[in-house]
Design a protein around this ligand. Structure first.
Ligand SMILES: Nc1ncnc2c1ncn2[C@@H]1O[C@H](COP(=O)(O)OP(=O)(O)OP(=O)(O)O)[C@@H](O)[C@H]1O
Ligand SMILES: [Mg+2]
Length: 328
């Protein structure tokens, strides 16, 4: 039978959303039951575990009652707010060491939030992600969701504003009222659409109302959830807003080391014995992580379609040049 420590550990891992630990403790209980001769119970637990672990990780969340309230907004808001489950991990991101450490710290604080709570502290839960296109901001939201096993609710603020000019604040409010009870990652993309100092072409009153609604939401969201806002344009953000976040994380274009790492990571498993990495990395110097990823996919497709045996330096240089032309 499970010991009281095991029951406590089960409860704690459940509260932390740490499914991996939850199942590992359950397996431990089954193994101990088998050792003690409680074969039937051990078998039953194992079967239950097998049937759950056959399902995708996400399904475990979908089954959770507290993840249900706003599974996918229907009707007019449906296209503007989406919910997604992810298996990405922080290790899938290629980042400077310091950025990776800061993201790991967020996960650690959430995993260990009980210890923080005991001292009257909360995990950091309102984070602003700043940086150029294609540097991993959206991917970060998904990776944090994967690590924390939570759904991601994405809200496209710029589209929301253009679509519902005049009534966005009220609509947003409705949605917020619905979702703030649900533990999740809330990802507000194009945050400058509401956080900017000036909003040319928009009704300023409306933008302010939406911003206030957003700020109210992040105050009410509680520290169990994670609110992420992302922008490419920090220069137009109202400085006062930076203070509303627990952390601001800056993303950069990859330096040479990271260009190389991204190329190699994306071409893993390919035959690259003839590739002159230095030449390719030089050529790709001005590309973002996202563009390098696409370059690699393009090159792999050509190898398949042309039935080539391996990737060549020339092919990679060609696809990089094509990408650079699209940019200019
Ligand atoms: N740091 C990174 N490490 C690994 N892959 C990355 C990284 N950044 C981007 N990518 C790749 O590029 C894709 C697009 O990146 P992502 O959507 O995260 O960029 P973004 O910073 O959100 O850009 P935007 O500002 O245009 O929204 C990712 O799905 C991933 O394949
Ligand atoms: Mg993005």
């Amino acid at each position: 039978m499970a010991t009281s420590d095991q029951v406590k550990a089960l409860l704690k891992s459940h509260a932390d959303g740490d499914d991996r630990r939850f199942y590992s403790i359950a397996r431990q209980i089954a193994a101990e039951a088998a050792q003690k001769g409680h074969g039937k119970i051990a078998q039953e637990i194992k079967e239950m575990l097998d049937s759950v672990s056959d399902r995708p990780v996400n399904a475990v969340h979908i089954d959770r009652p507290n993840a249900i309230p706003l599974v996918q907004p229907k009707g007019e808001l449906g296209g503007l707010i989406s919910v997604e489950y992810s298996n990405l991990k922080l290790d899938d991101l290629i980042l400077p060491v310091e950025t990776a450490q800061r993201l790991n710290r967020i996960v650690l604080e959430h995993r260990q939030k009980h210890r923080l709570h005991e001292h009257g502290l909360n995990p950091r839960s309102k984070i602003l992600l700043v940086g150029p296109p294609g540097t991993g901001k959206t991917m970060t939201a998904k990776a944090l969701a994967g690590e924390m096993r939570l759904p991601t609710f994405s809200i496209q603020l710029d589209r929301l504003l253009t679509k519902y000019l005049g009534e966005t604040a009220a609509k947003l409010r409705l949605v917020f009222d619905n979702i703030k009870q649900t533990r999740g990652i809330y990802f507000f993309d194009e945050f400058d659409a509401i956080g900017g100092k000036r909003n040319v072409g928009n009704d300023i009153g409306e933008v302010r109302r939406v911003l206030n609604s957003f700020l109210q939401f992040i105050d009410d969201a509680g520290s169990d959830s994670l609110v992420l806002a992302a922008t490419n344009h920090p220069e137009i953000l109202d400085q006062a807003l930076f203070r509303r976040f627990d952390d601001v994380i800056f993303y950069e274009m990859p330096d040479r080391d990271l260009v190389l790492k991204t190329l190699k990571a994306n071409l893993k498993g390919q035959n690259t014995k003839n590739v002159k990495w230095n030449e390719v990395a030089d050529a790709a110097a001005a590309l973002s992580f996202a563009e390098i990823t696409r370059v690699c996919t393009d090159a792999m497709k050509t190898v398949i379609l042309e039935d080539w045996e391996s990737l060549s330096t020339q092919l990679l240089l060609d696809v990089i040049n094509q990408r650079l032309q699209v940019k200019s």
